[in-house]
Design a protein around this ligand. Structure first.
Ligand SMILES: [Fe+2]
Ligand SMILES: [Fe+2]
Length: 134
């Protein structure tokens, strides 16, 4: 089984410096959340780290959308929809945690890990390919 920690590897490189730097921070924040989770930190601490991850995700999506606009990325609209869908799923999870309706389960963690890794390695990489071919 794959580790739930994400280790940076070259597969994640979009070769757009600003995007790659932000993705590294995003992965660090995700790992910080996982370490807190694995150490059975109090829920309050988990929420705090989770909200840090959520806020940085929002920031990053905004920045990435700005980059797509500046290079006239043709698939910007569908990419924005992916961001919006991801954020709304993560937001829903977060709201449910806060209400105490959901435990932070292995499924939740796997969901987070998979979307982060797939989105970066597949969707964001396309931005890099386009940016570097123009
Ligand atoms: Fe993206
Ligand atoms: Fe991204």
């Amino acid at each position: 089984m794959d580790s739930i920690i994400i280790e940076w590897n070259d597969n994640f490189n979009t070769n757009v410096v600003k995007i790659d730097e932000q993705h590294q921070i995003l992965i660090e924040l995700y790992n910080k959340f996982i370490f807190a989770y694995l150490q059975d930190k109090e829920l309050e601490i988990l929420y705090e780290v989770f909200s840090e991850l959520l806020n940085y995700t929002k920031f990053h999506f905004n920045e990435e959308e700005g980059i797509m606009t500046s290079i006239n990325y043709p698939d910007i609209e569908s990419h924005k929809i992916l961001h919006k869908d991801l954020l709304s799923s993560v937001n829903t999870l977060f709201e449910e945690f806060k209400l105490g309706n959901t435990k932070i389960s292995v499924e939740v963690v796997n969901f987070l890990r998979d979307w982060l890794m797939n989105h970066i390695a597949i969707e964001d990489k396309r931005i890099g390919v386009f940016a570097n071919s123009n």
